[in-house]
Design a protein around this ligand. Sequence first.
Ligand SMILES: [Fe+2]
Length: 321
Amino acid sequence: MIIEGPDSVTKAVLSEIERAPNPRFREVMTALVKHLHAFIREAKLTEEEFHQGCAIVNAIGQSSNAFHNEAVLMSGSLGVSTLVCLLNNGNNGATETTANLLGPFWRLDSPRTESGDSIIRSPTPGPELFCNILVNDRDGKPIADAEVDVWQSSTEGLYENQDPTQADMNLRGKFTTGKDGRFSFRSIKPAGYPIPIDGPVGDLLKAQGRHNMRPAHLHFLIYKPGYKTHISQVYLPDDPNIETDVQFGVTKRLLGDYVRHENEKPPAPGVKDPWFSLDYTFIMEPGTAKLPRAPIEDKAKTAQMRPKYLAAVDRQPAMAK
Ligand SMILES: [Fe+2]
């Protein structure tokens, strides 16, 4: 098609997409082109701004590698990841969901851990945390024999793969729910942490005057054939950044009831005051049990990312609110 003016560019591109044999490809690409062209019209994008945009897209790719995914970080920082999650869970966005973002730190093959045991695998300071978790289906019936991966940061805000002082697989474990759909574990209270800001995401946050902190949370991945794999995070409501998560991950349903205990009989001998407890119930939906691709590999391989993440930690005060 010979282009006659701005309107005919959009028509020309859409008519080419119509030739694609895959119907879902046609649907997605048609919507993408329509909205992309509408965005350019609405924003009255200048040629200079267009070239800046191309440079940002290129920089996102160039700053990504096997252990760091800048595109995922950018998607989170723009609220896209949470929107996709909420539209694809909870009866496709119709009801509340306990699903949430995977994040960049899930590892395959977390150590099998018996219900009630600790996931602290090397000395880790911080108040102790006792979690009692229930996995139900949508009818409120417990789901037995679900495999549940748990992972979290230390009280310094570092995952074990970022921190050579932590043992391999510290604060990670794989549990199996009992007949009652429950399991429990012992850990420490997690801390919030900064996301890396040495790439395009850092530039975005700086331009908006936003900090780069995630509020403290525990991660869960629940796998059971017959159910959609359930990925979640449960947040600490008293975290100073709970309202301003840089990744827009916090939903009301995911505010955990982390109860502080003092001068009470602890659930195990030798536990110092204060200690914390969390009771939480996840709701799985029918669907396909499929594991996501692990964003990182083993600790030795990800150790090379340490300077990058520590740089992010060091630079965090400069980005503080
Ligand atoms: Fe996390």
